[in-house]
Design a protein around this ligand. Structure first.
Ligand SMILES: [Zn+2]
Length: 393
């Protein structure tokens, strides 16, 4: 699936000087949940009636537009709204973590229709993990055909597949192969994205918002949204803050092979590897003990403080309006409080004005973000033009 080029969500206003391709008409209809009448579309686009109707016919035939109830009560024949047909369209969202995969089936209105969670070990070969995940996905679908699928991965994802995974936890995986296998087995387009970046997209509340979402689980990653646009960077590595060096981590070996990374001291992996916590077998067990084990609580608090130290630089650089901290470790109140305090202590005051530092809605935001990204990609004007030309050609 191609990278979505649009911003996240529409402004709700018809764009000025709108081009008149069918794909652009669909984009306009998607920006308004109430839809538009034919008269509205004629006025907004300045198109000739015959051309507009021809484009709409193609969208109707492709099942992308439907005619809904009358827009407003009036005498005579009331105008009917044309809407983007998001009915019965499902997106499969798969979040692959270090030890678990979360699967959610969502409608395009972001309702979660079905969910499953399966243990995986991403240190194992890609084929083995995928077979397991696909087996559960097909059970979850119960014969329903998704319009697309999105996969969140705990590694940098370069849309052009030029940045390798060598330094990541998925060094032994191949993204191109992953996408091709999933597309073949699920019989729909598949989009791959970094998990923290997907979470950031799922956290967007306002189309022009600037926010940073940070996921702290086994590893640490972040997703950056600047005035509604997702920042991937030149090669998909934007937001990979786990490998920023901090003085407190000097001499500590990180999984990436370097010394001194933030993740070497503040990640779930680092917490779990501490000798004093050897009794805890999994990160979940360690996290659950935070309320009763004072040593765990102290370690989690220190990890939050260290993340805050690194994030103060992010806040100063990007001036986000909201920082949403999620992930198994990130949502712990002690972690969040210590992180918040360190940012307030370290960042320059102007970048702190009106800054919200909150817990991310971890349970659903990654799936919602993946669903949004898949929708933006599937219904991008260029893709719709190609789809319609394939249908007639
Ligand atoms: Zn590192």
């Amino acid at each position: 699936m191609t990278e979505p080029r649009t911003l996240i969500g529409g402004s709700g206003q018809p764009p000025a000087g709108l081009a008149t391709r069918a794909g652009d008409l669909l984009q306009l209809l998607r920006s308004s949940p109430a839809g538009y009448s034919r008269a509205d579309l004629l006025e907004f686009t300045g198109m000739a009636r015959s051309t507009l109707y021809e484009r709409l016919d193609a969208l109707f035939a492709a099942g992308l537009v439907y005619e809904s109830t009358p827009l407003r009560a009036q005498r005579g024949r009331p105008p009917r709204a044309l809407r983007f047909d998001d009915r019965n369209k499902l997106v499969l969202c798969i979040e692959i973590g270090h030890t678990h995969a979360g699967l959610h089936l969502l409608s395009l209105s972001r309702d979660i229709v079905a969910s499953a969670r399966v243990p995986v070990d991403i240190a194992e070969p890609q084929e083995k993990v995928l077979n397991h995940v696909i087996h559960v996905a097909l059970q979850l679908l119960e014969g329903r055909q998704p319009v697309g699928a999105g996969v969140g991965l705990p590694a940098p994802v370069d849309p052009l597949h030029r940045l390798g995974l060598e330094r990541s936890i998925l060094a032994h995986w191949d993204l191109q192969g992953l996408q091709e296998t999933l597309e073949a087995r699920l019989d729909c387009p598949v989009l791959l994205e970094n998990d923290a970046r997907s979470m950031a997209v799922g956290e967007v509340r306002d189309p022009l918002e600037s926010l940073v979402a940070v996921k702290v689980s086994t590893g640490i990653g972040s997703g950056i949204i600047v005035r509604g646009a997702l920042v991937r960077g030149a090669h998909g590595a934007a937001g990979d803050i786990g490998h920023v060096r901090i003085p407190e981590a000097a001499g500590r070996r990180c999984r990436c092979g370097r010394d001194g990374c933030l993740a070497a001291v503040a990640s779930g992996r680092a917490l779990l590897a501490a000798p004093q916590f050897a009794a805890y077998g999994t990160l979940r067990q360690l996290v659950d003990a935070c309320g009763r084990d004072t040593a765990v609580r102290a370690a989690v608090t220190e990890a939050g403080r260290l993340l805050g130290r690194a994030l103060a630089a992010t806040v100063g650089t990007l001036n986000p309006g909201r920082l949403a901290i999620g992930g198994l470790v990130g949502v712990l109140p002690d972690f969040l409080a210590a992180c918040r305090q360190q940012i307030l202590d370290d960042a320059f005051e102007p970048s702190l004005m009106d800054l919200e530092i909150v817990s991310a809605d971890s349970r659903t935001s990654t799936a919602v973000g993946l669903c949004r990204l898949v929708e933006e990609s599937l219904y991008a004007p260029e893709r719709i033009e190609q789809l319609l030309s394939d249908r007639t050609g």
